[in-house]
Design a protein around this ligand. Sequence first.
Ligand SMILES: Cc1cc2nc3c(=O)[nH]c(=O)nc-3n(C[C@H](O)[C@H](O)[C@H](O)COP(=O)(O)OP(=O)(O)OC[C@H]3O[C@@H](n4cnc5c(N)ncnc54)[C@H](O)[C@@H]3O)c2cc1C
Length: 314
Amino acid sequence: MNNVIVLVTATNGLLDAASAELLTIGAGLGPVTAVVAGEAGDALVAEIAQYGPAEVHVVSCPQLTDTLVVAKAALLVDRAAETHAGIVLVASGLEGNEVAALVAAKLGAGLVTDAVAARLVDGELAVDKVVWAGKYTVTATVAAPIAVLSMKANSCTPAFVPAEPAVRQAHFDYTATAPVATVISTEPAAASSRPKLVEAGVVVSGGRGTDGDFAPVEALADALGGAVGASRAAVDAGFAPQPLQVGQTGKTVSPELYVALGISGAIQHIAGMRTARQILAINSDPEAPIHRLADLSVVGDLKTIVPAVVARLG
Ligand SMILES: Cc1cc2nc3c(=O)[nH]c(=O)nc-3n(C[C@H](O)[C@H](O)[C@H](O)COP(=O)(O)OP(=O)(O)OC[C@H]3O[C@@H](n4cnc5c(N)ncnc54)[C@H](O)[C@@H]3O)c2cc1C
């Protein structure tokens, strides 16, 4: 049986949605050891326990706060060795993918990044990944004895599994064997009541067609309980900050609903949102490519349509 390591993350002491998904995916693959890098209060441990891990390791590692990905990767390598893990799961993203790559290199493991599903078929691990700007889903197997997977958010619905995991407090000291980037200062992200872009069930994105006024985009996102995204043209024009960019050189999102406002639907944008379950486009140009992808297309001016929709939702 595959022992599974899951790197769990939390925000303000609460389990991240992506981690709840990882725990659910892991539970379908083998006994899970949830690894929390740093402190975890009783509330977080109780939240983790809802998703059925066999063990929760809360590992204090002083170096986690003053280096970037390397200490986290070393910690996972340590835990994987300790638990004889066959599978290591992390959330995909800039940091997660780098951690996954370092862990795989160190363990001599097979690596699949940005996977959307993982399951056992006749005891063998099968991993799905969406490729070519979302046009195809391919299934990979891992030939190496250990598999390291980074899983995209919204890959599964977290499921409660009653469990009483063994909770262990452990200590880990990372010793750098090569020069590492050191964090010399941090600035907390601006507080937002909106969900995280890559985890959100609804994403409302604005493009150049907003003409620089993102108020309708934000109003619709808030009315739908969603996150705000942007096209690169909107980001390049200074309408929205870069962390909100969706697409090939931005974030990849897979929400239940993606709303594109004043976005033409360039292939590089579509690469980041094609896997959304439902796509709604509002664009004044009937020939805009986004209409060919959308499940529901509205040809018209977002500046009049969106406020009317928000008023109806309110
Ligand atoms: C290497 C590379 C990487 C890239 N990476 C990304 C990426 O990650 N993400 C990304 O988004 N792009 C990316 N791009 C850029 C991409 O090619 C497009 O230029 C960009 O997506 C266009 O953004 P847009 O749709 O907002 O703007 P436009 O293409 O200018 O479209 C604006 C749309 O708004 C509509 N519109 C105008 N006024 C209104 C109105 N009042 N109401 C409704 N609709 C209106 C117009 O009809 C038009 O269709 C990349 C390009 C390259 C070369």
